[in-house]
Design a protein around this ligand. Structure first.
Ligand SMILES: C[S@@+](CC[C@H](N)C(=O)[O-])C[C@H]1O[C@@H](n2cnc3c(N)ncnc32)[C@H](O)[C@@H]1O
Length: 354
């Protein structure tokens, strides 16, 4: 199989199933992001999408619908093998053949983490039914290791929008609204994934130096973003014409070129984050919880004050309150029931942290 090495990264021109079997060792890849062919006669896609074909690279290789189930199982089994334990995989799929991909995933040991809906701005034109403008992104992990999930890589957990909503929470909701890119006058693959979408997946699910693989490189968008974020990249593209065009573009990609475009999250360092709870900490927690709730503070207000006073995160505080059997039985606006909590801590020694 033909391959090209650029800056230490190897890209293969050939079938990903046979190629991965031969060239990619088991348990070697940190993250797979991939967008397999759709099995819906891809070479007709431009008719649905009504695009100007002048700048679209020819050579998209489609899989016959009748073979899609077997094809999906074969490549997904390879993906499972090459992922490191704890490694993540994101599979982008339309709705037509989604059931084949879900069925194949269920025949592996890969575990579902999220089923994300990606809403985009380039729906198929229709006049007698609803307009389709979403893709499915199946986020799974290989069991047996710790999964990378960089919680605050994009927004600190305390960052708020103008209406006091959590930016971190909003960014991690499982419906993503990300527009496709229009690249007027540039040569592109028919179905290129937006840079913003790829950056998001890589920021949460990988670190600099990690190996990111795309089994269906198409326009090499995954590889470009991976290199741009200082990850290592590899992958397969079966079409020689697509490979030839895109490999040339890869030669001019500067490692790390996207890093300066990333938003800098505001991350609050908590003094006691990750530390075990001492008896004294727990006594303070109970005492202050009683005082604050008795004074009529809402649950939200109480937890926020406790976070500051104890130097611990919200989850840790809520978990400890639960462990102590302390419930915040708020009525309207989360106000607690009146009953104070006393004597919870007779013989508490060190308790493990969150
Ligand atoms: C949906 S496109 C990928 C688009 C890509 N994510 C991008 O952003 O440009 C799927 C690609 O897989 C390629 N392909 C089809 N069968 C393949 C196979 N068995 N091995 C490797 N590539 C294949 C197609 O030629 C097509 O370029």
């Amino acid at each position: 199989m033909r391959c090209e090495e650029i800056g230490g990264n190897i890209y293969f021109n050939g079938d990903c199933i046979a190629g991965a079997r031969e060239y990619v060792p088991s348990n070697s890849v940190d993250l797979i992001i991939t967008d397999p062919p759709y099995g819906i006669n891809g070479d007709q896609l431009h008719k649905h999408y009504n695009r100007n074909e002048e700048f679209v690279v020819e050579g998209y290789v489609e899989v016959p619908a009748s073979e899609y189930g077997e094809f999906s199982l074969n490549w997904i089994k390879e993906a499972e093998r090459i992922l490191k334990p704890g490694g993540s995989i994101y599979i982008v799929s339309g709705y037509t053949n989604l059931y084949h991909i879900l069925h194949a995933l269920r025949q592996t040991k890969l575990e579902e983490i999220n089923h994300i809906i990606w809403k985009y701005n380039f729906g198929v034109y229709t006049s007698r039914k609803y307009v389709s403008s979403h893709y499915h992104i199946l986020f799974y992990q290989k069991p047996g290791g710790e999964r990378t999930f960089n919680l605050e890589s994009r927004f600190g957990v305390k960052e708020k929008d103008s209406t006091d909503g959590s930016l971190n929470y909003q960014d991690r909701e499982d419906v993503w609204i990300i527009n496709r890119e229009y690249k007027p006058g540039q040569v592109k693959n028919k179905n290129e994934l937006p840079t913003e979408l790829l950056i998001k997946m890589m920021q949460y699910s990988s670190n600099e130096g990690d190996l990111v693989c795309d089994l269906f490189l198409g326009g090499f968008s995954t590889a470009k973003v991976a290199v741009g974020l200082n990850r290592r990249a590899t992958g397969f593209e079966i079409s020689p014409s697509m490979f030839d065009t895109k490999i040339e573009e890869m030669r001019s990609i500067e490692p790390g070129f996207l890093l300066s475009t990333l938003r800098c999250p505001e991350i609050e360092e908590l003094a006691n984050q990750g530390k075990s709870w001492t008896t004294e900490d727990i006594n303070t927690l109970v005492l202050r919880f009683n005082q604050l709730t008795e004074s009529g503070k809402t649950k939200k207000e109480t937890i926020e004050l406790l976070e500051k006073e104890l130097g611990r995160g919200r989850w840790s505080i809520e978990k400890m309150l639960k462990k102590l059997g302390i419930q915040f039985n708020g009525g309207k606006r989360g106000r607690p029931k009146k009953k104070p909590i006393t004597n919870v801590l007779k013989d508490q020694t060190l308790l493990p942290s969150e």
